[in-house]
Design a protein around this ligand. Structure first.
Ligand code: HEC
Length: 434
């Protein structure tokens, strides 16, 4: 995020001179670290901003927070942190990581009133990390076969690992969780479920690295979707909603796309994946539906070019549980909504400042029942100029649709249940509620 970074740095260097020149806030009460600020930072930031975690510095303890008081205001006012990209008031979600306006105001007033400590005895205890699996003992633990060396310094890098859970019969997966060896160098993991035939194609490609992994570019010819969520430190495990589960058949594999971040000392990683299964078939099979556009062509110099993808009419009544927006490095904004057969629309998700580092899975607060004949609309805008700090081409060149990170995508996944008519007719008293 170099572009935004520079504005944040400007803001924090201003802090050195700035504190004294702020006007007195209208509310004379000055929040303190102990009473007001630590509870926010410990709840919303510490999962990443504590020692040995993925963020570049700790925000645990008064001294750590005080020296960054104004930077914190900068990143929270601009919604850069905590990483939660869904626009407020467009769709409603569970486990919202974003700060509330009230929390942002407290952080701002604290910085403006001299970042006071208050009574240290009242500071809450920093959250402790519970070691091990959050959902208890998994049925399967998968890991790359070898450790991957992470250098002390240098650029972030990606590795892709194919892992076969070796299920011997069709298996229902109700939850997936992730556990890196250490929490400091795995920025995030994007897991995909790979059907047997695709996994076989992948096995024919030579590994790029001795740890038996590929660069994402090497495997772009393979259909890697369905993506099953996004894991980063602090993100909840992937849990299929009550009464639903994913089906994994013998031969199906998981592909882990891992983003590593060197963190000051050489180390090795071998992230693990836990699968939680259930014996009986769920009431409904969870499936992933994709709405995407292959018609992307962006001339160099285009700053705000827009594409659309429109899904086909849904064949059955469908319940949508979660959504996953995806674009690459030229992506700027993203929006998706449902158009009902009656003509009116409901928002699903919008992102005003797309960030490929934080491709979160958004669980709808209330599952959305969508009648047969509805359509999903997706649109995104792209910036293919030098001004886009993430542009992979310098100078910018023509970019088309494709799966390599130098190509672009307008891609949207819906985690959903299709209510296909049951084989035997059932008597219905009422039509289903929408
Ligand atoms: C899910 C992990 C995570 C959470 C939660 C999180 N951060 Fe961060 N933060 C990061 C990472 C990683 C970076 C480094 C830049 C990046 O990768 O986006 C960062 C960078 C920052 C920076 C430096 C930004 C810059 O541009 O240099 C600040 C300041 C910051 N975070 C403050 C916060 C605050 C305040 C909160 C809570 C309100 C918070 N963060 C929550 C992971 C997190």
């Amino acid at each position: 995020m170099p572009k935004v970074l520079s504005s944040v740095i400007a803001l924090s260097s201003f802090a050195t001179f700035g504190i004294g020149v702020f006007q007195k806030p209208s509310n004379p009460v000055a929040p303190t670290f102990a009473d007001d600020v630590a509870p926010i930072l410990y709840k919303r930031c510490a999962s990443c901003h504590s020692d040995s975690r993925i963020a570049p510095f700790s925000l645990v303890g008064y001294e750590n927070a005080k020296k960054r008081a104004l930077t914190i205001v900068g990143v929270t006012e601009t919604n850069l942190m905590p990483p939660w990209k869904a626009k407020a008031n467009y769709g409603e979600f569970r486990d919202v990581a974003a700060l509330t306006e009230a929390e942002k105001k407290i952080l701002k007033r604290w910085a403006e009133t001299g970042a006071k400590e208050g009574d240290p005895a009242k500071t809450p205890k920093p959250p402790t990390v519970v070691p091990g699996w959050r959902l208890g003992k998994p049925a399967y633990i998968l890991a790359p076969s070898k450790e991957t060396p992470i250098p002390a310094e240098g650029r972030d890098f990606f590795r892709d690992y194919l892992i076969d859970p070796q299920v011997t019969k069709p298996t229902w997966i109700r939850a997936i969780d992730f556990l890196p060896k250490e929490q400091g160098t795995v920025h995030h993991i994007i897991p995909s479920l790979i059907k047997k035939e695709e996994a076989e194609k992948l096995r024919k490609i030579k590994f790029d690295f001795a740890d038996e992994s590929w660069k994402p570019e090497s495997i772009q010819s393979v259909e890697t979707y369905n993506v099953l969520g996004f894991w980063s430190t602090g993100a909840p495990p992937f849990e299929s909603p009550e009464g639903t589960a994913f089906l994994v058949n013998p031969g199906d594999c998981f592909l882990l796309d891992v983003h590593y971040k060197p963190k000051g000392k050489p180390t090795t990683e071998q992230p693990k994946v836990a699968l939680y299964t259930q014996e009986s078939a769920p009431k409904d099979e969870m499936s992933v539906k994709v709405v995407a556009s292959g018609n992307i062509y962006i001339q160099p110099g285009e700053k705000n070019v827009r594409f659309y993808a429109i899904g086909p009419e849904t064949e059955h009544d469908t319940t949508i549980y979660a959504v996953w927006p995806h674009m690459h490095y030229l992506g700027k904004t993203f929006k998706a909504w449902v158009k009902f057969p009656g003509g009116f629309s409901k928002p699903l998700v919008a992102i005003d400042s797309w960030d490929p580092d934080w491709q979160l899975l958004y669980y709808l607060r209330d599952p959305m029942r969508v009648p047969k004949g509805s359509k999903i609309y997706v649109t995104g805008t792209y910036d293919n100029t030098e001004d886009n700090p993430r542009n992979p081409n310098s100078p910018p060149s023509v970019v088309e649709a494709g799966e390599s990170s130098r190509d672009e995508m307008l891609f949207f996944e819906l985690f959903q249940v299709e209510h296909k008519p049951k084989a035997k007719p059932v008597e219905e008293k009422k039509s289903p509620k929408n």
